[in-house]
Design a protein around this ligand. Structure first.
Ligand code: ATP
Length: 652
């Protein structure tokens, strides 16, 4: 029996040399009562996220690269900043009749150096920004794939995807280019102001007066950009959610002629995104207008006041020209400052949605450290797995916001036997499988595998022991081989051939020109329902699990395939513990134990014969499937347990 393994912090996946590691994985082990695992978790609301702090947090690991980018930007600005001074010395030299060659060459060097530095800065900046967005996306992907099942139940995947693809791009620009533009713009403006002060303090006062007035108006506009972006991003998420809903059920949409309604659903979100985008664009344009107007107004004010001073003989013409050049020079850093502030607002609008995902509760115990031999990939183990007993001990469970689904369920499946769960639809059968795999945690009671409480085991460890064939037998896009090896990565070709024969998939593979390398299409759409089911069972058997869970696994099979699959399961049951859910009782009459569930309670348990004799509901179900004579037909007698029971199922 293997024991729980401590979970190491997540290593940075594929971090490039010299790059900071990606943020650590989700915090603390999220056991059922862990403080990091709240019972009814909800992501933080927008007001609970501190956007500026979060955005700076994204930039922090890249501060060195960003400082380099800033230095390059400053150097480029610096080369521009001294150009008016050199120009002034050219003018003075001309006035004094001195040679201008030196200052002219210097001016040329400054122009070329400025251009080169600008290009270099742009490349470096872009590189850093791509690294930032990669890190954001990695973290989000890591977390989304590990979100707890209750979270996944209630969040539209399309919205989650939009956060990874779209919101991250806005944060990328703000956390890199935006911050550098603001810092560079600010420093350059301050430098220019200092130099302008050396030229003429009075004119500096005039310039600052105009700029401060503009700044006050700006303070009113910027927050509106943030609001508009947040609204637009919410709508982008809603578009994703609407499309996900429609495309995920494309055949249902078409069969019900619901194209118009589904289009309208997405259209509403598209329109909302458009309107929010327009609002944002309006404010961004206003900022640009303001920055242009501010410079023009400062120029005119300085020209008026400075011209008067020159006329009065209180100012040299060359001083006024140098000052005016500075005013014009200010246009670029001010545009950079304002552009950066606009970008920052966009990032602040988007970061909230990213932070919300990062704070959602995730399963932090599904990544096992380096495996010891006992944890070797399933399908590659030489020794046969043990078949542990499975025990439900007074288990209570309710889905969030719903009434109880299980109300004190208690039973034991002896190791190496088959137990069937039967009962009316909605009785809680699938819920028991979900709890067994720790998709949800019981509200009370315990579930044990091999005597170990699964709540005390890492989820990876619990799930490693179990193979689960879901009700709808999901098949992943990819080849047949990839699907088979999905969990049994080390399975040998012989083992694959074995399970293919057992599940009667070998004849299908033989018919396909590309054999096991045939693509099965999105969710296995190119396979029939029965083929998908057999593929899912083959995948489960290949894992050589300790516990095999089959949820209506043979519902879509014809009689001959069903018989073959039952034999395969019987064979598997010799080396693992099998729990199966069945509506067609004919498939479980020979199980060692049958448990009859009703409204989240066990109403009876025993063998088929016992239950026909003692439990009215079971007898009714059996009769409706013609396994026993109808209840009115006299005392119950058992027919053979090998009928196909096609006349109805437990839902009938
Ligand atoms: N993810 C969920 N969130 C909320 N309620 C759920 C969820 N899954 C199931 N339920 C509810 O829990 C109850 C038990 O469902 P469960 O799927 O376990 O029934 P079942 O016995 O497997 O039914 P069936 O035979 O139809 O598959 C039902 O009332 C169902 O509506």
């Amino acid at each position: 029996m293997t024991t729980a393994h401590p979970i190491p912090p997540r290593a940075a996946p594929n971090a490039g040399p010299g790059e900071p590691p990606a943020a650590a994985g989700p915090p603390g082990h999220g056991g059922p009562h862990s403080p990091t695992d709240p019972a009814a978790p909800d992501g933080p609301t927008a007001s609970e996220v501190r956007p500026l702090r979060a955005l700076l947090g994204q930039a922090r690991p890249y501060r060195l690269a960003l400082s380099g980018s800033l230095l390059l930007a400053l150097a480029a600005s610096g080369s521009g900043l001294v150009q008016p001074l050199v120009a002034r010395s050219v003018l003075d030299s001309l006035a004094d009749g001195v040679t201008v060659t030196g200052p002219l060459v210097l001016l040329g060097v400054l122009v070329v150096a400025g251009a080169l530095l600008t290009g270099l800065q742009s490349w470096w900046q872009q590189r850093t920004s791509e690294q930032v967005v990669r890190s954001i996306r990695r973290d989000l992907v890591f977390r989304l794939i590990r979100l707890k099942v209750p979270e996944l139940d209630r969040r539209p995947p399309g919205d989650l995807v939009a956060r990874v693809t779209s919101d991250s791009a806005l944060v990328q620009n703000a956390a890199t280019q935006g911050l550098v533009m603001i810092t560079n713009g600010l420093l350059t403006v301050l430098g220019a102001i200092a130099l302008m002060g050396t030229v003429h303090l009075g004119l500096l006062g005039v310039t600052l007066g105009v700029l401060c007035g503009t700044g006050a108006v700006l303070g009113l506009i910027l927050p509106r950009i943030r609001e508009a972006v947040a609204r637009a991003q919410r709508s982008v998420g809603a578009i994703g959610a609407a499309l996900d809903r429609s495309l995920g059920a494309a055949r249902t949409v078409k069969a019900n002629g619901a194209e118009t309604r589904e289009t309208a659903r997405a259209e509403a979100a598209v329109q909302e995104a458009y309107e929010a985008g327009l609002t944002g664009a309006k404010y961004v344009a206003l900022v640009q207008v303001l920055s242009g107007v501010a410079i023009q107004a400062a120029f005119l004010a300085v020209l008026g006041v400075g011209g008067a001073l020159v006329a009065a003989g209180d100012l040299d013409a060359s001083q006024l020209i140098a000052f005016l050049l500075y005013v014009f020079y200010l246009a670029s850093p001010i545009a950079s400052l304002l552009g950066g502030l606009g970008m920052l607002q966009q990032g602040l609008g988007a970061i909230v949605r990213i932070e919300q995902v990062k704070k959602l509760p995730a399963e932090d115990d599904v990544d096992l450290p380096d495996r010891d031999p006992a944890l070797a990939p399933a399908g590659s183990r030489g020794a046969r797995p043990v078949a542990p007993p499975v025990e439900f001990d007074a288990v209570h469970f309710a889905y969030p916001g719903r009434g109880p689904a299980l109300r004190g369920v208690a039973f034991t499946v002896p190791g190496g036997t088959r137990t069937a769960l039967v009962g009316l639809s909605g009785a809680g059968k699938t819920t028991m499988f979900a709890l067994l795999q720790r998709f949800y945690e019981p509200d009370a009671g315990a579930i044990r595998i091999g005597g170990l409480d699964i709540a005390a085991l890492p989820r990876a460890e619990v799930r490693r022991r179990i193979a689960y064939v879901e009700q709808e037998s999901p098949v992943m896009a990819g080849t047949l081989r990839e699907n088979l090896r999905y969990a049994a990565t080390g399975a040998s070709d012989e083992a694959i051939a074995d399970v293919l024969r057992l599940t009667r998939l070998d004849s299908l593979i033989a018919r396909l020109p590309e054999g096991l390398d045939t693509e099965v299409g999105n969710r296995g759409v190119t396979l029939s329902g029965g083929e998908r089911q057999r593929l899912a069972i083959a995948r489960a058997l290949l894992r050589e699990p300790e516990v095999l869970l089959l949820d209506e696994a043979t519902a879509q099979l014809d009689a001959s395939n069903e018989q073959a699959l039952r034999e395969a399961v019987d064979q598997a049951a010799r080396r693992c513990t099998v729990v199966l859910i069945a509506h067609r009782l004919s498939t479980v009459t020979d199980a060692e134990q049958i448990i009859v569930l009703q409204d989240g309670l066990i109403r009876a348990a025993g063998s088929h014969d016992d239950l026909v004799a003692t439990d009215a509901l079971y007898r009714e179900l059996a009769a409706s499937q013609m396994l026993v004579p109808a209840v009115d037909d006299g005392p119950p007698g058992v027919r053979t347990g090998t009928g196909t029971g096609t006349a109805g199922d437990a839902e009938a």
